[in-house]
Each structure stands twice: as C-alpha cells, then as structure tokens.
Design a protein around this ligand. Structure first.
Ligand code: CP
Ligand code: NVA
Length: 320
C-alpha cells in the first residue's frame, strides 16, 4: 500500500463487519432514508461507478443497487455471464483486475462463494456479495434494519442494536444462504435463531461460518421453532442453482410452510419476513404473507436504503 491509500473493505459475508460498524450503518441508513423520503438531494458518490455482475436472476437486488447508486449521484454498469467474457471462461482473477481498474465498486451475484472470494482477492475496489450459494448478507442487513424500524426504541448509534439483543428469530425451511447468514448475524449481534429444516437440509455450522453454537438451536418440528419467536421467516424451497432438485424438495418441504398456526405459536406481536420472491402455498400461506404481521414490502424497500449506507461506508468510510 502506498501512503494515503485506504484499506479496501469488502462485504462478502455478514461477518466481514463488526457489531459497532453495523450500529453505524443502521443509524446512517435511517438518516439516508429520511433524507430521500423528504426529497433532499444527497449525492456523495457523484462520478463513482459500480459494476453489477449477475450470474443468477434478480429483481430486488438489481433495482435496489441500481436505483440507490443513481440516487447517490453515481452510475452502474450491468454485466451478466451471457453478455460478457465471464461466460466465455475469462479467468475470474483477470476479470477482477480489469473491471476494478475502471469502476469504484463491484457487486456480484454468483454461485459458489469461492468465486466472489477469488474476485475480491484480485480487486482494487470493494466487492459486495449480492447473493452466493452460501450467503446473502445484503438481505440480512435489510431484514435487521426492518426489525429495528418496527421494534427499536432508540435509533442513535450507541443504542440502535438494542432492538436486536436477546430476540428470537424462527427460521423455517431450507438450511440455505439466508439461513447461514442469519446465523452469522446472530453470533455477531447477540440474538438467537431457532432453526427448523427438513431432514437432509440442515444448516452446517462450518459452511455457515459460526463458531458459537449457542447462537442457534435446532428444532425437528417447525411449529416448535416458532414458539415465542419475535420474528418468523422463511425462503423458497428451491434456491437458484438447485432447480434439478425441485421435485425431491417439494416432497421433503411439504410441512415447512409458514401458516397461521405457526404465527400463532410465535409472540403475539411477532413479525413475518421473507426475502422474496415468494411462492404462496409452498413455503408460506397467502394468509401469512399478505396478513397483518407480514412486513415483506418494507423489508424489500429497505434493501435500497441499507445498501446506500453500505456503499457510502465502503467507499467513504464514516461520515461525520
Ligand atoms: N431478495 C432478493 O435478493 O431478491 P432478488 O432475487 O429479486 O434480487
Ligand atoms: N435462497 C434464495 C434467495 C433468493 C433471493 C436463492 O438463493 O435463490
């Protein structure tokens, strides 16, 4: 590093940031969101460009990053496997070296986590994980911020994480990228995850990357996982990249559908979240996702606000 160079920070897994950095990011998100809602122009990323690389489909991730970057004065370049040399076997390391000389930030949605790690190792600029087979840290950032908005009492930095401490999150479904990231967040931010998956689809703590097993508890029956939970959450039965297992999964997951009985087992004021896209009648009933306890639309919107704070932080560090 040359004198004056800033250390590059990536966001490849939830555990790449510390609890105090999340306190800052959530407090900052509140300010950025409020300014945006009040039509106050805030463009700290003018002249900056972000490359967005998608090797899997997306609606929310693309729109939230793209709109967020434009709102902050920057611009984006959208790349997919099919329309770039990435799909023609150019080495990831070479792609990283080239792309990161031309842009200031890179967001990648891909398959194996190892691919994004290799890209980041050869990137001159921060890299953000927009979903891999193993993790989805930007989604958990939005989910936690949404929980804070609904349950927080104080939103200044020293207290903003209090809304999460000691809470119980029920995870009903696949031991997938979302489940792994919930576990990492629980370990860092001091809450507990009740996990219920069908047999054969359990979370693997080594893949999840958690060392403290007390941050989660496993339940055979999804109803038991939901008991006294502050938040009940689920995800699709078949994640992107696992479509060949679809039929097998439809049979295995049939009892892992969040319904009104599960919500009734949770705390009376429990919230329901889903990262979306959702399949009503599979992992969640229409009554639950469209019901009074569901906050899925705020959750989706908050992707944009938290990611604006994240992009600002990775590029400019703490403001103020
Ligand atoms: N939740 C989420 O990441 O949605 P998309 O797949 O639409 O980006
Ligand atoms: N677990 C899902 C999340 C989609 C946003 C997937 O990886 O497809």
């Amino acid at each position: 590093m040359k004198p004056g160079d800033r250390l590059i920070r990536h966001f490849l897994q939830f555990k790449d940031l510390r609890a105090e950095e999340y306190a800052y990011l959530f407090a900052r998100t509140r300010i950025i969101k409020s300014r945006f809602k009040n039509y106050e122009r805030y463009q700290p990323l003018a002249d900056r460009t972000m490359a967005m690389i998608f090797e899997k489909a997306s609606t929310r991730t693309r729109v939230s990053f793209e709109a967020g970057m434009y709102q902050m004065g920057g611009s984006v370049v959208h790349l997919t496997t099919g329309d770039s040399q990435l799909g023609r076997a150019e080495p990831i390391e070479d792609s990283a070296r080239v792309i990161s000389r031309m842009v200031d930030l890179v967001m990648i949605r891909t398959f194996e986590q190892e691919k994004i790690e290799r890209f980041a190792a050869h990137s001159r600029v921060p890299v953000i994980n927009g979903l891999t087979n193993e993790y989805h840290p930007c989604q958990i950032l939005a989910d936690l911020y949404t929980l804070i908005e609904y349950r927080g009492k104080r939103f200044d930095e020293p207290y903003i994480l209090d809304a999460l401490k000691g809470k119980t999150v029920a995870w009903v479904g696949d031991g997938n990228n979302m489940a792994n990231t919930w576990l990492q967040a629980a370990e860092i931010l001091g809450f507990k995850v009740h996990v219920s998956t069908p047999s054969g689809y359990e979370v693997d703590p080594a893949v999840a990357g958690v060392s403290d097993r007390s941050c989660y508890e496993v339940f055979n029956h999804p109803l038991d996982a939901c008991r006294d939970a502050d938040l009940v959450t689920t995800d699709v039965w078949t994640s992107m990249g696992y479509e060949a297992e679809n039929e097998e999964r439809r049979k295995a997951f049939v009892d892992w559908c969040v319904d009104e009985e599960m919500m009734a087992a949770a705390k009376p004021d429990a919230l329901f979240m889903h990262c979306l896209p959702a399949h009503r009648g599979e992992e969640v009933t229409a009554e639950v996702i469209d019901g009074a306890q569901s906050v899925v639309w705020d959750e989706a919107e908050n992707r944009m606000h938290v990611q604006k704070a994240l992009m600002e932080y990775l590029l400019r560090g703490r403001i103020g």
